[in-house]
Design a protein around this ligand. Sequence first.
Ligand code: B12
Length: 439
Amino acid sequence: MKILLVFPRIEHGVITFKDRGSWRTIVSGYPIITLPHIAALTPREHSVKIINENYDPIDFDEDVDLVGITCYTMTAPRVYQIADEFRKRGKTVVLGGYHPTALPEEARQHADSVVMGMADASWPQVIKDFGEGKLKPIYERNHDFDISIVPPLRRDLIKHNPFLGALQTTRGCTNQCEFCAISSFCGNVVMQRPVKAVVEEIKNMPNKLFIFHDPHLTLHRKYAMEIFKEMIRQKIHKGWAANGTSNILGKVDKEFLELARKSGCVEWFVGFESVNQEALNNIKKTHNKVEDFKKMIKRVHDHDMTIQGGIIFGFDEDTPDIFDTTLETINDWDLDVLEVNILTPYPGTPLFDRLERDGRILTRDWSLYNQVNVVFKPKNMTEKELLEGARKVAKEFYSSYNLFKKVSKIMVTTKKFSGIIPAATSVSYRRYYKRDFNF
Ligand code: B12
């Protein structure tokens, strides 16, 4: 059987369709592991091809039996177009990922089959059923599989960015933050791969730099430390970045930070989300304590690592002064890299359900669900104030002068070539905020 896996084009973000054909798509670009993972789950007797539309055009007349397309909320409109084109030509289309899992009936209008949740157990079943002419319209979540025997990713099918790789050790998250899509997607399942398999994968990855695509690597402190120790023991000299939570990174825990650094860490991404504790409490991100953030950042800097902080604007507690307060606060924290987000209610999340109940969802144009547009009615400011405020924060944080200062400081803090990960992220953020926020 000939199987084609498609990653749709993205119009916003670090590397997007708009960059297609430029040098950026070859040397940079964010490593996407979803389709190499699904390819790895495909029984070897079938041939698999991956097309990432941000790099290569799709040939709708290609001779294939089955087309699998991955779908985020933001990419859903394009995914549906692609699916419709293939189906017009008589091909069978399967959709999977976060958006079809949240809205399977919507996705079904454009597909022969929808896979909900993780693909590990379902995808081989889909292929078998398709081969026997018994494809089901919907495959409900089936998370009953052994994560320790997940096959190695088909990295041979990744064509771009030879420098930066990615892997995932953990699925799911125990936190229940109202806006986050992970818990509803994973159905409260949390799984971790064996340390040995993870370190083996890191060793065999062709890239010198890599990112852990985990919800966060601080879920189980001891598990992460075992990975760090094994990397050190096996003398794996690679630079890496990961998501982490402020409560673990902020603990007086020299051992964790020392091991992380020694094993190659140069950056932690932390979802601070807000400088307003009340907002954090109400979205159930109570493990975040605003009063501890500054100390935590200093502690991480003292261990020669940097912090990328995620901030979200638009919580019900936010008033128009939140933008200036946030800018002042993050300058005081000495944050290295900033991700500026407008609160986005992803279908499937408790946030979406609440805003929908209250009649506050303004549009179902999913292409706008990308964290740089306002798609709901804010409580204590106008939509314009929210958009303009977020824009102002991005513009000030990423002014040419500030960017120069931040990038130089990142290289001094990390003292390593792999400091290029946070440094290049800053440069990319400036580029794409300039484009997406139009400044
Ligand atoms: C790494 C990551 C990124 C990376 C790379 C993104 C990428 N395109 O791969 C970066 C930083 C660029 C990124 C950006 C964004 N991300 Co992101 N990201 C993640 C993260 C942490 C891991 C994704 C991953 O690689 N998983 C590993 C692979 C193997 O799993 P997977 O992709 O989920 O696929 C599995 C299933 O979904 C399913 N599946 C998926 N596709 C298909 C297709 C078929 C046919 C089948 C059968 C099954 C199937 O099977 C797979 C294996 O089990 C997730 C959170 C998480 N831990 O999952 C958020 C997450 C996916 N991101 C999210 C969002 C919102 C974004 C942004 C829009 C945010 C922004 N600020 O702009 C952008 C999107 C821009 C873009 N260019 O894609 C949301 C998605 C919510 C939603 N409903 O759409 C998540 C869930 C985070 C969250 N907390 O809400 N992200």
